[in-house]
Design a protein around this ligand. Structure first.
Ligand code: G6P
Length: 473
């Protein structure tokens, strides 16, 4: 009986060290929810890092056994690997370059590259212990770009899908990476390579032809007499989960409490992981511009800004956090009154119920990344608007802007445009809100996470069949 093996840098659970005792926390992340129906069934398995350093074989063994009951297989990373593979290479080379921050943030260090290779090999070794011919391996994201080829070299016929959750940059960016050739070859070990948008596919194909001089015909690449297909599969969310949370009694109570606190003020909401690619500072400047251009809004609006801590050991993230603290402090100090603050800023994560309450309470959701593979927050907001009201302002640099075309689409670099979009959103007539939101809700409902998983797997099967029929010709 064939099985599916999912490989992602992180497991869909997080282990936290609770004063010496390790505890498992399930993740509410989009990928974890989407792939839940797969890895939890039969002999399927999800391989990944549990998210923190676990010292000592005995402790690791104990955790492995606990995880095995949930079809999870851990890859433990030691301190050096966390520093070099996760922080140094994944998040100080691939993340900045793929988000067009090469010149500002990328650090190319040979030792980190060596470690990136070693950790990808570590994942491969785990997979090879359990993979059988006929199984499917689905590899996820930029931390594991070399893994498809490593598996392919050991098992020629196995079915391998790869999905990149972040943008694939233009060739002019990608070619800057000293190890560009090996990275592309690593990805091409897969049979099917998925991206969020058609632009990502285009950029990838352009790098494949220029860096590797391989032949492509439309989206089919011939590599070593094996065909590989690159295609876009825009990722969706579990829309029903957000719609049902929005009508849940406890969530409704939280919504009522939020609305009471803010009385008749209008709420603008943003939720992001701490990251320079999310355009948080630029958004704050746009918000300040709104207060300058429209002083009549003072005391009538509140910007609720949630920033979820992330990668706080990487220097640029620490710096960004300080800059955000400073900017929020400046704006609040300048415009606040005794009873009112323009910005309510939170630097922490919240349970999904609270996020749902905020999505329901917010008149406007502001999603303005400088660059984003997809951005699921925009879709979560839409799915939560069960009354079809509310306005989404969405950056044209987010993959989601290709689907949610009824949002107010903005260029996040244009702070005046973003501030005016906020003004338009705050004043949008209800009928217009409903017209736009209904269209967006149809899209988010139709192309949800279940649909994404289904079409990716079906396409991978088709590609395998195509390869077989080419071989018998
Ligand atoms: C993005 C990436 C994921 C990553 C997540 C959180 O969404 O595409 O691969 O897991 O950010 O980042 P972290 O570094 O905490 O895993």
């Amino acid at each position: 009986m064939s099985k599916t093996i999912i490989a992602a840098n992180r497991l869909p659970v997080k282990i936290v060290n609770d004063t010496g005792e390790f505890k498992l926390h399930t993740s509410e992340g989009g990928l974890a929810t989407g792939l839940g129906s797969i890895y939890k069934s039969k002999d399927n398995v999800w391989i990944g890092w549990p998210g923190l350093e676990v010292e000592g074989e005995e402790q690791q063994q104990k955790i492995t056994e606990e995880l095995r009951e949930q079809n999870l297989l851990p890859v433990f990373l030691d301190k050096d690997e966390i520093t070099r593979f996760y922080e140094g290479f994944s998040n100080e080379v691939l993340w900045p370059v793929f988000h067009y921050y090469a010149s500002t943030y990328a650090h190319y260090e040979q030792q980190n590259w060596e470690c990136y290779k070693e950790v990808n090999q570590k994942f491969c070794d785990q997979i090879l212990k359990i993979a059988q011919p006929g199984d499917m391996v689905w590899v996820h994201d930029y931390q594991l770009l070399l893994l498809p080829k490593m598996i392919r070299d050991a098992q020629r016929d196995i079915s391998i899908g790869f999905f990149l959750h972040i943008p694939f940059p233009s060739h002019e960016m990608f070619r800057l990476i000293p190890w560009r050739k090996q990275l592309l070859e690593g990805m091409l070990g897969a049979d099917l390579i998925g991206f969020h948008t058609f632009d990502d596919v285009r950029h990838f194909l352009s790098s494949v032809t220029r860096v590797l001089a391989l032949q492509t015909s439309a989206n089919v690449i011939t590599n070593n007499r094996r065909v590989v297909v690159a295609e876009s599969f825009p990722m969706g969310i579990d829309d029903k989960k957000y719609a049902s949370l929005a009508t849940d009694a406890a969530v409704k109570k939280e919504v009522a409490a939020i609305c009471k606190t803010f009385n008749r003020q209008k709420l603008i909401l943003s939720i992001d992981r701490l990251d320079y690619s999310k355009g948080i500072l630029q958004r704050l400047r746009a918000f300040e511009q709104l207060l300058i251009s429209h002083p009549e809004l003072l005391t009538h609006i509140t910007f609720y800004m949630i920033v979820v801590p992330s990668r706080d050991q990487v220097a640029q993230y620490k710096e960004l956090r300080d800059q955000i603290d400073k900017k929020v402090g400046n704006i609040n100090a300048r415009y606040r009154t005794l009873e009112w603050s323009p910005i309510q800023y939170f630097y922490r994560s919240f349970p999904i119920e609270t996020l749902s309450a905020l999505y329901s309470a917010a008149d406007v959701c502001l999603v303005t990344p400088m660059r984003d593979g997809m951005n699921l927050v925009s879709k979560e907001y839409v799915a939560s608007r069960v009354n079809n009201d509310g306005v989404l302002i969405l950056s044209e640099m987010a993959g989601a802007s290709k689907e949610l075309i009824d949002a107010i689409i903005v260029n996040p670099n244009n702070e005046y445009e973003v501030s005016e979009a906020m003004f338009v959103a705050l004043n949008m007539p209800l009928a217009e809100q409903k017209r736009r939101m209904t269209l967006m809700r149809n899209n988010v409902g139709k192309f949800n996470i279940g649909h994404w998983v289904k079409i990716f797997k079906e396409r991978l099967d088709e590609v395998k069949q195509m390869q077989r029929s080419l071989l018998t010709r």
